[in-house]
Write a protein that binds this ligand. Sequence first.
Ligand SMILES: [Cu+2]
Length: 248
Amino acid sequence: MSKYIVIGTITVIVVLVAGFFLLNKSTSPSLTNLDNQSSQISSSFTDPKKSAHYESNTPAHGSTLSGVPVNVVIDFNFDLAAPSEIKIESNGKDYGVGETEIDTNKLSMRRSMDSSAPDGIYTVNYNACWPDGSCHDGYFQFAIDRSLQSNFEDMTGQKEVTIKLSNIMFDPKDIKISKGTKVTWVNDESIEHYVNTDSHPAHTYYLEQNSKALGKGDSYSLTFDTAGIYPYHCSAHADTMIGSILVE
Ligand SMILES: [Cu+2]
């Protein structure tokens, strides 16, 4: 009789363990086979859940960054209120640093991120609250893969660097610089361009990185003092004219 109880118990344990692994695989993708290709992780992103009044977020859902973002920013089309909250989670740990902050125009909220966060997929879980006290939740995902840094032009160790705006592109497009480097963008052509922090058209990720319209010969400069990745674009050519600054 006890033999059947033992066999039955073992069967139940095997089924539970198998079920756990199957479930775990479908809900939290792992990064065990991560090489230089971002395609391997992009197939693991889940669909985002957008809360009421959601507009955009940076880092973008499904994006793979070569470094840790300085903060996660989410944009809305309605006034945010306390207790709105952002969590930047991977493997059950929150890599957000400090409190979630609501911007002065109340249309964006942001939270800093731990600069030593490891490579992997991050799920941003947020709760957006409104002046009437109601809240709505949502989530999106992005990944960090430092091996992608090999595609960046290494401009570290220089006090000042220049990026040309020509042929409706940033040249060079992706650069790596040291902390404290002054970056100057110079428009080389007669098409009007801008330097705008992501996302488009909110331009909220790193508020300091937003230029006015740049005509031919115009320039715009900014010094980067905080390590992290800074994705940006030209708001006149937002789909194609993109770049990123990696500060280390
Ligand atoms: Cu442009």
